[in-house]
Design a protein around this ligand. Sequence first.
Ligand code: GTP
Ligand code: MG
Length: 211
Amino acid sequence: MQNHHLKEHLYKILVIGDLGVGKTSIIKRYVHQNFSPNYRATIGVDFALKVLNLDQETVRLQLWDIAGQERFGNMTRVYYREAMGAFIVFDVTRPSTFEAVTKWKEDLDAKLSLSNGKHVAAVLLANKCDQGRDVLTNNGIKMEQFCQENGFVGWFETSAKENINIDEAAHCLVKHIIANENDLLQSEVADTISPQQESSRGGTCSACFRS
Ligand code: GTP
Ligand code: MG
């Protein structure tokens, strides 16, 4: 296949969630195929680029690794701008990080939406599943229901350490981003057609009406 036949996409993706849940580790595993057990808190935001070669198109994911402590800062509105999708991460061994998921989701939806007013695609990651699944089993949380109620398109148990489900989660997010983008393109087409339809129906222009 020749290069000019390939479609190219660039998507900004946010990775958010409480301190130490494994956001940086998930990105490191996904982009650089490695893992470190040492914790160094992210300050502000870090960036990474992942290039996916799908059958007909190249997809570049610009991953925004946002420090957990930023939920209490004033910068998230700036960081979220123009993103097309998000991973919200919690640590399956720490219930408080799961409780924070709804707060992160609310913050995201309050500050960011697509041009058609819909929320951006968000996937929930239950990380450190190599360490057990206490939060998931003890509380009897129905994850499917939780996702529906909180507007997640899906959820995955992940491990940055053991490389579990990270590619699958990214694939799910990208699939939904592409679907949203197609919706947006279609509504743009509809917008450019409708004024003509209106004039052919003899619709009045409110601006002319006033004068
Ligand atoms: P902030 O930057 O402070 O918001 O934290 P973060 O969410 O980026 O967490 P980070 O990736 O730095 O990981 C925190 C700690 O958890 C590190 O010691 C990691 O090695 C460890 N960790 C991350 N993911 C996993 C995992 O899947 N399994 C295990 N066992 N440990 C993990
Ligand atoms: Mg980090």
